[in-house]
Design a protein. Structure first.
Lengths: 110, 159
């Protein structure tokens, strides 16, 4: 049986974009760590903030809640935010909750 | 439980760092029973959400600005995996206060058709449990008990 992969964050800044690579399991256990890591990045309004989920193995409602709060904060300060490379299993959860269009910038059907 | 049902029981501290242990145990049991990868992934999310609730009940429901006086015993949660002939039920039981299951269950897909300002993540856990399992029951008496059931559709049954 595979061991759960440890949660990790890596931040890369290039060409005015800040890309955060989130890997492992984003759940209640690491929520405080994730919120603390995101807080200063959310404040950088002149930079595009992007979360790359390519190596994210698992997310729970706590993790989705963090994405919602980042999304709201960025939206309030009219700063660009996007989520990229969403793995299929995680995309399925995003679709279920209805958050996908907000994260990927697709316009919602009215 | 029927006489033919098999029970695996796990009792762990009601703490976030043990939820992945519950996931690993679930994976082992569900894989043995013949659930598909996707079904197991669905159950992992649902069971984790039930455990998250138990953890939050144990530590999270205090009024802000107060701290818990040290309990005599660290809060625990109990997870029972009940292997039935044609289904797996997972019972997550905690000793904490009930959450408002009905208020949450009334929500449909929580974030559809809203503006960003209106989004909120409350109730997502129970919503996901209901979306991912065949049956979800919530009992609140002494503590809260969440019963999650996934039916096993064997390929030989459908062939």
């Amino acid at each position: 049986m595979k061991q759960p992969e440890k949660f990790q964050l890596r931040t890369e800044t290039r060409e005015g974009r800040c890309i955060v690579y989130v890997s492992g399991e984003l759940d209640l256990e690491v929520a405080t760590q994730m919120r603390a890591a995101m807080a200063p990045l959310v404040e950088l309004r002149d930079r595009e903030l992007s979360l790359n989920l390519r190596d994210l193995k698992y997310i729970d409602s706590t993790g989705i809640g963090i994405l919602v709060s980042v999304l709201k904060a960025r939206n309030a300060s009219q700063a660009p935010f996007s989520v990229e490379a969403i793995p299929p299993g995680i995309r399925k959860l995003f679709d279920m909750t209805g958050i996908t269009p907000f994260l990927t910038g697709q316009k919602q059907e009215q | 439980m029927k006489a033919t049902d098999e029970l695996v029981m796990l009792q762990v501290p009601a703490s976030a760092e043990y939820v992945d242990l519950v996931r690993v145990t679930l994976y082992g049991i569900a894989a043995k029973m013949g659930f598909s990868y996707e079904e197991i992934e669905d159950m992992k999310v649902a069971v984790s959400e039930a455990c998250n609730n138990a953890v939050l009940h144990a530590y999270g429901n205090l009024p802000s600005g107060t701290t818990a006086s040290a309990p005599e015993q660290a809060p625990r949660m109990e997870v029972r995996f009940i292997k039935k002939r044609d289904a797996l039920s997972i019972v997550v039981k905690d000793e904490g206060q009930s959450f408002d299951a009905l208020a949450v269950a009334r929500q449909k897909s929580p974030m559809r058709g809203k503006s960003v300002d209106e989004l909120h993540a409350g109730g997502l856990g129970l919503y996901l449990m209901q979306a991912l399992m065949d049956q979800v029951e919530v009992h609140s008496d002494a503590g809260t008990e969440v019963i999650l059931t996934k039916r096993l559709v064997r390929s030989e049954d459908t062939a």
